[in-house]
Design a protein around this ligand. Structure first.
Ligand code: HEM
Length: 164
């Protein structure tokens, strides 16, 4: 199946809900999450946004590993990413980390497309996948900071953007 992606509107508040622990279980815990995220980056490497990521193998490996740890923690697994956030709240840190890159809506579509492809290979109940997708689709809007008119806008983070 192909997922729907709604458009980013510059300056609009984006509400998101972190994925449920059910996803973490269904994906196969730490090892399953690692497999999913490494698959995802293999697809990224062949995509139109490969140039955003380190071309050096060792550096790219670090990104893969940190990304895996982030998703483990986000989805309710052990807090293995905690030490990386420079004292910031997890979601705030993740938005600000992307400020260093010029991310367009088009880059976001490509990123989400890679994730969709990686997720397709994972066998789990569709409703659990849908919940994970809902998080990705909305949170990814907060990483877009460069617009087709050439303007730049960094999304603000406020805790109430996260729906409990
Ligand atoms: C739901 C949306 C997204 C999430 C949760 C997410 C998460 C992450 C995580 C966890 C990392 C590694 C953090 C670390 O180094 O400690 C990362 C790095 C990165 N992400 Fe994202 N990301 C998202 C969307 C995007 C999109 C749409 C792009 C578009 C190109 C993107 C580009 C990058 C880049 C370029 C890096 C860093 C590579 C480097 O360190 O050299 N991300 N992201």
């Amino acid at each position: 199946m192909s997922y729907e992606i709604t458009k980013v509107v510059k300056g609009e508040e984006v509400h998101f809900k972190k994925p449920t622990a059910e996803f973490y279980e269904a994906v196969g815990g730490e090892e399953g999450m690692r497999k999913l995220m490494y698959d995802f980056y293999d697809i990224i490497y062949e995509s139109d946004i490969a140039n955003f990521f380190p071309q050096d193998e060792e550096e790219f490996e670090k990104v893969k590993e940190k990304n895996t740890k982030f998703f483990i923690q986000l989805c309710g697994g052990p807090k293995v990413y905690e030490g990386e956030t420079e004292g910031m709240e997890l979601n705030e840190y993740m938005i600000r980390l992307h400020d260093d890159f010029s991310i367009y809506e088009k880059s976001r579509y490509e990123w989400l497309g890679c994730m969709e492809e990686a997720l397709r290979k994972v066998d789990m109940e569709q409703r659990i996948k849908d919940d994970f997708w809902a998080y990705l689709e909305s949170f990814s809007k907060l990483t877009v900071n460069t617009f087709s008119d050439g303007s730049i806008y960094y999304a603000a983070y406020t805790p109430d953007l996260e729906e409990k």
